[in-house]
Write a protein that binds this ligand. Structure first.
Ligand code: UDX
Length: 433
């Protein structure tokens, strides 16, 4: 099928490549020249394992082209996927939907009557109805608009797109449903992926609800960590024990410095803001606590550093990992980076290592000493903090590391305590009293 994918950030670039991999003819629309020309030359503007190779593959097969804006070619597309960002508004919890309206506005002149606009971005429930209204004002027919949320995770984005747990399609229009089913047919045929048809508001709410649930699970175990720390209990064992109950499940119960990234923090805040607007803010009041528990974990690491070193001024601290999770170069709302910046604000000399984010840190966080050389980062450190559980940190041999003071805070509970203690390190692990 011929499709357009509008907005080529994490979500859009992955979706565009995935659709081209399935054999569709994809036009990627991205007004940002830097992003677009990188993609055109087969390079991803961000780090995502496997997606780079797939991008080159679909370019070579001639299945994808990139444009700054729509042109006559867009008129032949059967589906237009809207994948633009919905960031948190400055000074508010609400999601900013302006890029969606801009996308609709530039698409309208090229939208044909039998094409379907498919929203994939995470939006406040009710947005699709407003978008449809805006689109109707610019077309002389009744435009078709459906919602099809995307659940991909950074680090496994392509795999999640090609082999999703489920496909949710929000539409009450049978033509739109058939077209969207057709585009995903190679996936549903091969993987027997369940397809869930819902009304549009439900499809809009699914994503916010799923991310809020995941965030709540993480904050739940981090709340238990606060209790464990003052009672001598071990949160890692606790999570294992409760996770064995199938009704609870063991995933997303890893305690540590908490969640970050471009989705979970903004989505819980967006849901709170939207519920408030709808007059039912109390229904998700608990998400405020979910947010606070999460932020308290970052503070806890700073307190532990102070308890360990006393006055932080001029003390060298090594931070291992800056991104919000491994296998991603995303620094948005990263707990590890937040902790590094707070320690620096308190006067510490902070050195940061990260397998992929150092060039970005050098450019945008000049005061932090970001370095690709782990030895330089660790040398003379009076405290080491593991902030992101990159595989290479899990595999470190503690007996081979040279620091001024062998104390490490394991912010992700991934290091082998016995091995580190046997090598002479003092290990402080979150939630393990
Ligand atoms: C999330 C959702 O998982 C995905 O479905 C959605 O499409 C986008 O948002 P992502 O932001 O890529 O994906 O990361 P995810 O793997 O969910 O992790 C989010 C954060 O939670 C990370 O900072 C991670 O370190 C943290 N986390 C995750 C924990 O602290 N503990 C856990 O047990 C799991």
């Amino acid at each position: 099928m011929k499709i357009t994918v509008i907005g080529l950030g994490y979500l859009g670039a992955t979706h565009a490549v995935a659709m081209a991999e399935l054999g569709h003819e994809v036009i990627g629309i991205e007004p940002d020249d830097k992003k677009r020309s990188a993609l055109e030359s087969g390079k991803l503007p961000f780090f995502e394992p496997g997606l780079d190779k797939a991008l080159v593959d679909v370019i070579e097969k001639g299945r994808i082209t990139f444009k700054a804006d729509h042109d006559e070619n867009s008129k032949n597309a059967e589906l237009h996927f809207i994948c633009v960002g919905t960031p948190q508004k400055q000074g508010s919890n609400a999601a900013d939907t302006k890029y969606l309206f801009a996308a609709i506005e530039s698409l309208a002149p090229y939208l044909s009557e039998d094409a379907v606009v498919v929203g994939k971005s995470t939006v406040p429930v009710g947005t699709a109805a407003e978008l449809k209204k805006a689109l109707s004002e610019k077309t002389d027919f009744d435009p078709k608009l459906a919602w099809n949320p995307e659940f991909l995770r950074e680090g496994t984005a392509l795999e999640d797109s090609l082999r999703p747990d489920r496909i949710v399609i929000g539409t009450e229009d049978s033509f739109a449903e058939a077209k969207i089913r057709e585009v995903y047919k190679p996936i549903t045929d091969a993987e027997e992926t369940p397809v869930l048809i819902t009304d549009i508001p439900t499809a809009e709410l699914v994503k916010a609800a799923a991310n809020s649930f995941l965030a709540t699970k993480i904050s739940f175990i981090n709340a238990m960590a606060e209790i464990a720390e003052v009672s001598g209990a071990d949160t890692v064992k606790l999570a294992e024990a409760i996770g064995m109950d199938d009704r609870i499940g063991k995933l997303f119960l890893r305690n540590g410095i908490g969640f970050g990234g471009g989705c979970l923090p903004k989505d819980i805040r967006g849901l709170m803001a939207r519920a408030e607007e709808l007059g039912v803010g109390h229904a998700v009041g608990f998400l405020e606590e979910v947010d606070q528990i999460n932020l308290r974990r970052r503070k806890r690491v700073v307190e532990l550093a102070q308890a360990e070193l006393g006055e932080l001024k001029n003390k060298k601290i090594a931070i291992l990992g800056a991104t919000f999770k491994p296998d991603s170069d995303d620094l948005r709302d990263s707990p590890a980076l937040d902790i590094a910046l707070e320690l620096e604000r308190l006067g510490a000399i902070v050195f940061v290592h990260d397998p992929v984010a150092v060039p970005h840190l050098k450019e945008n966080q000049k005061t932090l000493n970001a370095d690709e050389n782990l030895e330089t980062v660790l040398e003379d450190a009076e405290l080491t903090i593991l902030g992101t559980e990159w595989r290479q940190y899990k595999n470190l041999d503690p007996s081979k590391l040279s620091v001024a003071n062998k104390t490490i805070i394991d912010g992700r509970n991934v290091l082998d305590r016995n091995a580190w203690e046997a090598a002479g390190w003092k290990m402080i692990a979150l939630g393990r009293g």
